[in-house]
Design a protein around this ligand. Structure first.
Ligand code: SUO
Length: 447
């Protein structure tokens, strides 16, 4: 069996981080609309998480932010003239469209792509499919830069394939790794890939939410599994419970997380809990692994508390001793039911025996927790050496990026600033410098 490590690629928060209330169905995004954001603090909070996990020996890398504002989108929608004209007119006539062009959302790299490691794919390469994120205007063009970035980092075609996003239509709504997890005896072993969808386009009788949108379709999940050359015997598709989508669980990673042989989940996560757990158990038996479900009951943590605290939007990381640490946001400590539950979880003798907490408030206010902020890529040592090395987190890279943030980021961005052409110039200059820091010239199309 190959040995591999799981790299977590965390999204670096961009210089125009802001709260625009763009994600209907995402409770935090809606509640914090038009409040002022602190890009500098947001980026430093994210970097602190990366640095702390790297210092503990976890493989950590950084995914660069995307260029904002998206002038291409604004010009395509009829705003013309100089960049300053475009911003001024969009601010007057279509402030929501303007906010979409400034969206902070690429920081949540769990939505950048779905990733299948080489141990699972038919051709023995690592496969990525950029997510089309077509349910939301503000996220629907992220795949263009995400594809470009992934190809810049994983350019070695003998080891990596980066597929284009699926067709951007409702039938193929794809939100990437936020609705995907992988179970295996170890990161290098053949595993079971688990896709959770919220809706079935071609079966109107399938369950779907009533109030909030289901962003991921079964059809999209199946297409990604085909593109990645996954073995059907080791692939499980399951329907999310539409009732929890209507309570703010807009991605499955708000109510479940998996790692190794552990599925940490809420009893209401899936439309059919017993069938889902059973399907995973059977698929894992095929790779000689016993599923270890860690089930949280509604009586322990109601769905509303899970959504408010982001208990399940945690990172489940395997430590060198084989036990697991759960990386949670501070909000979990501030919620009485969740905090009590977590105490009992780590004291209970199960696979999860440690909590690691981070202050990610700036990200949480837009509905993104520790798990949203990272894209998991399991790589063998050869694959890890073949990727671009400049994005791997080290003490030196951390120091460079923190200094760059301190120098170039504002500490306040509010809705009126989205009309400020100076902010746009600052963002471009910051990203030009970032290309140099990461050793990725031409990463952006900044012309
Ligand atoms: N995986 C977490 C994703 C959070 C993201 N939030 C946002 O886009 C909010 C942006 C804003 O409202 O300004 C979303 O809902 O897709």
């Amino acid at each position: 069996m190959r040995t591999a490590r799981e790299f977590n690629f965390d999204g670096l928060v961009g210089p125009s981080h802001n709260y625009a209330g763009l994600s209907f169905g995402n409770v935090a995004s809606f509640s914090n609309v038009r409040s002022s954001a602190n890009p500098r603090q947001a980026a430093l909070q994210g970097l602190a998480k990366m640095r702390a996990l790297e210092a503990r020996g976890f493989a950590q890398a950084v995914m660069p932010p995307q260029a904002r504002p998206n002038f291409r989108l604004l010009r395509r929608l009829g705003f013309s003239g100089t960049d300053a004209d475009v911003l001024a007119r969009a601010f007057r006539e279509a402030p929501v469209v303007l906010a979409c062009a400034w969206s902070a959302a690429p920081m949540w790299t769990a939505n950048a792509a779905t990733v299948s490691p080489s141990a699972d794919s038919q051709d023995g390469r690592v496969h990525f499919t950029a997510a089309n994120l077509n349910n939301k205007l503000h996220r629907s063009e992220e795949h263009v830069q995400a594809t470009r970035t992934l190809r810049a980092i994983f350019g070695d075609a003998s080891r990596f394939v980066v597929h284009d996003a699926l067709p951007p239509v409702p039938a193929f709504g794809d939100e990437g790794a936020a609705n995907h997890t992988r179970f295996a005896a170890s990161h290098g072993a053949a595993g079971v890939e688990f896709f959770v969808y919220g809706r079935v386009e071609f079966d109107p009788s399938a369950p779907s939410p009533k109030k909030y949108p289901a962003r991921q379709t079964l059809e999209a999940s199946q297409a990604v599994a085909r593109l990645h050359g996954l073995d059907p015997a080791r692939t499980v598709f399951a329907s999310q419970n539409p009732d929890v989508i209507d309570q703010g669980v807009f991605h499955n990673d708000v109510i479940a997380v998996g790692n190794g042989n552990v599925l940490f989940y809420h009893e209401q996560a899936f439309a059919d809990e017993a069938a889902t757990v059973d399907a995973l158990r059977r698929a894992l038996a095929g790779v000689d692994t016993d599923l270890a479900p860690v089930r949280v009951a509604t009586s322990q943590v109601p769905v509303g508390d899970a959504v408010a605290s982001y208990l399940f939007n945690s990172q489940l990381l395997t430590k060198p001793d084989g036990r697991m640490a759960l990386v949670v946001p501070h909000e979990c400590r501030e919620n009485a039911a969740v905090s009590r539950y977590l105490e009992s979880l780590v004291a209970g003798g199960g696979p999860i025996d440690e909590l690691v907490e981070f202050d990610l408030r700036q990200s949480m206010r837009n509905g993104g927790g520790p798990a949203c902020l990272r894209l998991r890529v399991a790589l063998t040592d050869d694959e890890a050496s073949a990727m671009h090395q400049g994005v791997i987190m080290t003490e030196t890279l951390y120091a460079q990026l923190a200094a760059w943030v301190e120098k170039t980021y504002r500490d306040r961005v509010e809705p009126k600033d989205l009309a400020d052409p100076q902010l746009a110039l600052e963002c471009t200059a910051a990203l030009e410098e970032l290309e140099r820091i990461l050793g990725l010239p031409g990463l952006y199309d900044l012309a």
